[in-house]
Design a protein around this ligand. Structure first.
Ligand code: HPA
Length: 276
């Protein structure tokens, strides 16, 4: 059987290239940064920056607001690696490419994966700028990064009953309380995009039990769970979803709101990493 994009050899080639740039650094925590949230990487000390063009198999990002580099170094007493710039399905990438960085992090020895994204708020009480702790997710992309041959270190049928680790979620709630960050928990749904949803689609998603909608994260978490990584996810509600408010949606507004919330979310994530 042929290997899909993002298969074993790609993971190994990317891991080898990154390892050679890391020197003595051994990251145990990875942080995936969503649209407009790339500023977080500036918190990392003694950082080495690895542009995607130096990593075989990592495409150049095509979306404004997404960088294209990994940043590894120390944060809150831990060795971390941040992914600034994602590979989205709507850019035409296979789910295996969207999940390639996560698989590479696992191969590097990372055991905890923190993910952030920008999302539309479906829950009607979510104001613009709300930070939602992802309690669970719904995959409406109809894609899966585990299709095809089972990669080394993965399971054929991984359990998905705790996609977002309950202990990490409890820790997130504690740190949020300490730092006086208000945190709402809810269900995130990933769609393929790139067009935003219609009001009818948002009403459907609301009935399906989704609280926030976006175009990332779920396929990455699926691959991460197949490799046994513990995951924690945050959505920044950058806008009320389509039809929830009379305003039209645009990517510039999404990025501006995400940037505004970066400081608050960054402090929360830093506090969580300190207590891991
Ligand atoms: N829908 C889908 N993805 C998004 C949205 C939205 O309203 N806002 C930010 N990412």
């Amino acid at each position: 059987m042929s290997e899909g994009a993002g298969g074993q050899e790609m993971v190994e080639a990317a891991t080898t290239a990154i390892t050679s740039r890391l020197g003595s650094r051994r990251p145990s925590v990875a942080v995936v940064l969503g649209s407009g949230l790339g500023f977080f990487a500036q918190r990392i000390q003694d950082a080495v920056t690895i542009p995607y063009r130096e990593i075989p198999g990592f495409p150049e990002p095509t979306v404004i607001g997404h960088g294209g580099e990994l940043v590894a170094g120390r944060l809150a007493g831990k060795e971390v690696i941040a992914q600034s710039g994602r590979f989205h399905l709507y850019e035409g990438h296979d789910a295996g490419i969207a999940a390639l960085p996560v698989r590479t992090f696992a191969a590097l020895g990372v055991s905890t994966l923190l993910l952030t994204n920008a999302a539309g708020g479906i829950r009607r009480t979510f104001a613009q700028g709300t930070v939602m702790l992802i309690a669970d997710h719904i995959n409406l992309t109809f894609r899966n990064p585990l299709l095809g041959r089972v990669l080394t270190g993965e399971e054929r049928f991984p359990d998905m009953s705790d996609p977002y680790d309950p202990r990490l979620r409890a820790l997130a709630r504690e740190v949020a309380l300490d730092r006086r960050v208000s945190l709402n928990e809810g269900v995130y749904v990933q769609l393929l995009g790139p067009s935003y949803e219609t009001p009818a689609e948002i009403r459907m998603l609301e009935r399906l039990g989704a609280d926030a909608v976006g175009m990332s994260t779920v396929v990455e978490v699926i691959a991460a769970r197949a490799r046994g990584l513990q995951c924690l996810g945050f959505s920044v509600v950058t806008n009320p979803a389509s039809g929830i408010s009379p305003n039209k949606l645009n990517h510039t507004e999404v990025m501006e709101t995400a940037r505004r919330v970066t400081g608050e979310l960054g402090s929360l994530i830093e506090g969580i990493i300190r207590r891991l």
